[in-house]
Design a protein around this ligand. Structure first.
Ligand code: 5AD
Ligand code: SF4
Length: 440
């Protein structure tokens, strides 16, 4: 038998890409590849790229340039670009960087085995189509390998919202939901392999409307189906749009014990003028009312968000409205970004905010969000929470896991193993994690 070939995947960006990288590794696993942590001993390198914020394409070119020496030493080395940059500028990548053998868009990963064979035969291969077939079905997990206690499961891809700053509708395409039975089978399989917590993924996950036996299911209905799986202890989902937060999903947060009290609900800005220009189709007020309804259903829910500062035409007053909204909502955690232009999106054509002013606003916003995050974390001290243990800690006998609210929690002298869910009392709050003790 020939020695296994080695695959090095470098993943950028969101959890969807992490999930996709796992699926690519599985697809190529069937072709005799095993994963390696080092590009130096790889037979195939895949960059799974992200296009959402930074100067994504330029980063990819500079990363690729670094493989030049490696490819000169090892002519059989194959180099591929996957993900959203591949989707957006695949042909350009092929033209500009001759080192690249293969370009594969997010909708074509199930065709990787054929593409790999062609690349091995010396062809340059590019596949960035949006096919009709279900790539996930083709990528069904092959061997029943054991898994860690947490997993991502993509239920929906793409987005029809067309926020004026965002490339997702162009790179990931129109919103498509996977049929419920496939998701449920995949979830069951994950649980059989040791998974206790599943995070349902989608760019616009609460727009989920996958086919079920009696018509389409909402995300809440899908969650209730997952709730029936024995051995599955926790369910999360990300990322949601405020306008798709339906009543049954809000209600599920109050009634479904497996659905964790954590909700990532990006608002992006607090000024109605800016929200309108962003094409968000909600107002600051409607967002705040929505948060109130969610908290009425589940008072302890931890709210997380995304923010963009320095969006074209944002004035100091507009920015202040974002700060006011943050004060009102009180976020447990949040991601905030300085606006950066994405060619091809509507906002790219507009007058840009002065860069230094945007930096200053970002700093002020981040200071406020960090303070809130700290307060919410500190407020956990003395409380009893569920913790799912994921790994051993740095100290002997210590275990680390995530609380229901997604805080990292350390427990000293812990008698529980990886994959066990325990009740823990939080005793102190540190820089980025909590310490707790088991409640026996
Ligand atoms: N500039 C800055 N931030 C952006 N995001 C998306 N596009 C841009 C952009 N052009 C942020 C949004 C989104 C998160 C995933 O990334 O806040 O919710
Ligand atoms: Fe992008 Fe999210 Fe807006 Fe869709 S809803 S366009 S993914 S920011």
């Amino acid at each position: 038998m020939s020695a296994p070939k080695k695959l090095f995947i470098k993943t950028y960006g969101c959890q969807m890409n992490v999930y996709d990288s796992e699926r690519m590794a599985e697809a190529l696993g069937g072709e005799g590849y095993i994963e390696t942590k080092s590009a130096d001993d790889a037979d195939m390198i895949l960059l799974n790229t992200c296009h959402i914020r930074e100067k994504a394409a330029e980063k990819v070119y500079s990363e690729l340039g670094r493989f030049k020496g490696l490819k000169a030493e090892k002519p059989d080395l194959k180099i591929g670009v996957a993900g959203c940059v591949a989707q957006a500028e695949g042909e350009e990548i092929m033209r500009r960087q001759p080192l690249v053998d293969l370009v594969v868009g997010p909708q074509s990963y199930h065709r990787l085995p054929e593409m790999e064979a062609k690349a091995r035969a010396g062809e340059k291969v590019l596949d960035t189509d949006f096919p009709e077939e279900d790539k996930f079905e083709k990528l069904k997990n092959r061997p029943k390998a054991k898994r860690g206690p947490t997993a991502f499961l993509t239920v929906q891809e793409g987005c029809d919202k067309f926020c004026a700053f965002c490339v997702v509708p162009y790179t990931r395409g129109a919103e498509v939901s996977r049929p419920a039975d496939r998701i449920l089978r995949e979830a069951q399989d994950l649980v059989e392999r040791g998974v206790r917590e599943i995070t349902l993924l989608g760019q616009n996950v609460n727009a989920y409307h996958g086919a079920g036996p009696n018509g389409d299911l909402t995300l809440a209905q899908l969650i209730w189906e997952l709730d029936k799986i024995d051995g599955l202890e926790r369910i999360r989902f990300t990322t949601s749009h405020p306008n798709d937060m339906q009543d049954d999903l809000i209600e599920a947060h109050g009634t479904c014990a497996k659905l964790m009290p954590y909700l990532h609900l990006p608002v992006q800005a607090g000024s109605d003028k800016i929200l309108k220009r962003m094409n968000r189709s909600h107002t600051a007020e409607s967002y705040i009312r929505l948060i109130e309804r969610i908290r009425a259903a589940r008072p302890d829910i931890l709210i997380s968000g995304d923010f963009i500062v320095g969006f074209p035409e944002e004035t100091e007053e507009d920015f202040q409205a974002t700060m006011d909204l943050v004060e009102e909502v009180k976020y447990g955690t949040a991601y905030s970004f300085k606006y950066s232009t994405r060619p091809g999106t509507p906002a790219a054509e507009r007058a840009q905010v002065d860069s230094a002013a945007a930096d200053d606003r970002l700093q002020r916003l981040q200071a406020l969000l960090t303070r809130q995050q700290r307060e919410v974390q500190d407020s956990m001290v003395g409380r009893e929470v569920g913790v799912l243990f994921e790994k051993a800690g740095r100290l002997p006998g210590q275990m680390v896991g995530k609380s229901d609210y997604l805080h990292a929690v350390h427990v000293a002298d812990c008698s529980r193993g990886i994959g066990e869910l325990a009740r823990v009392r939080i005793v102190s709050s540190g820089a980025n994690s909590l310490a707790g003790e088991l409640i026996s």
